[in-house]
Design a protein around this ligand. Structure first.
Ligand code: FES
Length: 289
């Protein structure tokens, strides 16, 4: 199976040239000629990568499409390569804005672009061998499906296997699963979002767990939770934008005499106060732990 690349650009010549280049190098090119069509095809086709033109018929169409992709749980993990023709200075400004607001945008490249450069960027994000990654992925999912296909409630069990394997349920995997089981993608997302256990994005490098057991709760664990929300800028079950921390609430960690307790990765921190949170996390930010 070939990797799919969605090309969103109102310049039909550019789309055709890139499509020829990609098809000639083993990829499947999917053209879209405006942001709306591109967004719809991203949802329907679940491509492995999106090339998106910044400047289409109306000025902000590219940026708005990038933001829409970044905000949609089903497709936000698809890497977006933004193509611009707006000059170096504006491109830099754009990179700064998109870094904060459109997390799907992994790279901004300027037109004119050489074919070699495009292929290099694509390889960087979806691997060198267009078919190999997909074949391996399909093999792995087929194994999970074969194991559970005749059992009742198999979708949940297969998703458990996938979550245990990857630490979350990657978008591409849900898409393949939908085809293998002949279950609509929307149904798979319904199950994933119904159960707290399933995650749609990769967990952070460090899991920050706040103990909400009785002893910790009575000693102020909720204040630690509030402080962590403020410092990390995420809610429980989410991961920080830099991918460093995920944040979760847990039951008794088994050291109630040291309450309130938090755990970062494998390390337990005893008698934590809201004021000490920043200090604890800073060690991980410096990556010296
Ligand atoms: S209640 Fe927090 S460690 Fe037991």
């Amino acid at each position: 199976m070939r990797n799919k690349i969605l090309i969103i650009d109102d310049d039909a010549d550019f789309v055709e040239a890139i499509s020829l280049l990609l098809e000639g190098n083993g990829y499947m090119a999917i053209p879209a000629y405006d942001g709306k069509e591109g967004f719809a095809k991203a949802k329907k086709e679940s491509p492995d990568l999106i090339m998106l033109d910044m400047k289409m018929a109306y000025k902000t169409e590219g940026a708005e499409t990038a933001k829409a992709i970044s905000s949609d749980a089903e497709i936000k993990d698809i890497p977006v390569i933004l193509v611009t023709g707006i000059g170096k200075e504006l491109t830099q400004k754009l990179k700064d804005v998109l870094k904060k607001e459109a997390m799907s945008v992994k790279k901004v490249i300027e037109k004119p672009i050489e074919g070699k450069e495009i292929l290099k960027v694509i390889k960087n994000y979806i691997g060198g061998d267009s078919g190999q990654a997909h074949r391996e992925l399909m093999k792995r999912i087929s194994k999970f499906v074969d194991k559970w296909k005749d059992k009742k409630g198999n979708l949940v069990m297969i998703l458990h296997e996938i979550q245990n394997h990857y630490g979350y349920v990657p978008r591409g995997v849900s898409f393949h699963l939908s085809r293998l089981l002949d279950v609509p993608l929307a149904r798979i997302y319904e199950v994933i979002t119904f159960y707290n256990f399933f995650k749609l994005s990769a967990p952070g490098k460090y899991m920050v767990s706040v103990c909400m057991g009785t002893a910790c709760y009575l000693k102020g664990a909720s204040e630690l939770v509030d402080k962590l929300r403020e410092v990390l800028g995420v809610e429980e079950g989410e991961t920080t934008k830099d991918g460093l921390f995920s944040f979760q609430l847990v039951r008794c960690l088994g050291c109630c005499g040291l309450a309130p307790v938090i755990m970062v990765g494998e390390k337990i921190y005893p008698k934590v106060s809201p004021d000490s949170i920043e200090n604890i996390l800073s060690k991980y930010r410096k990556e010296k732990v």
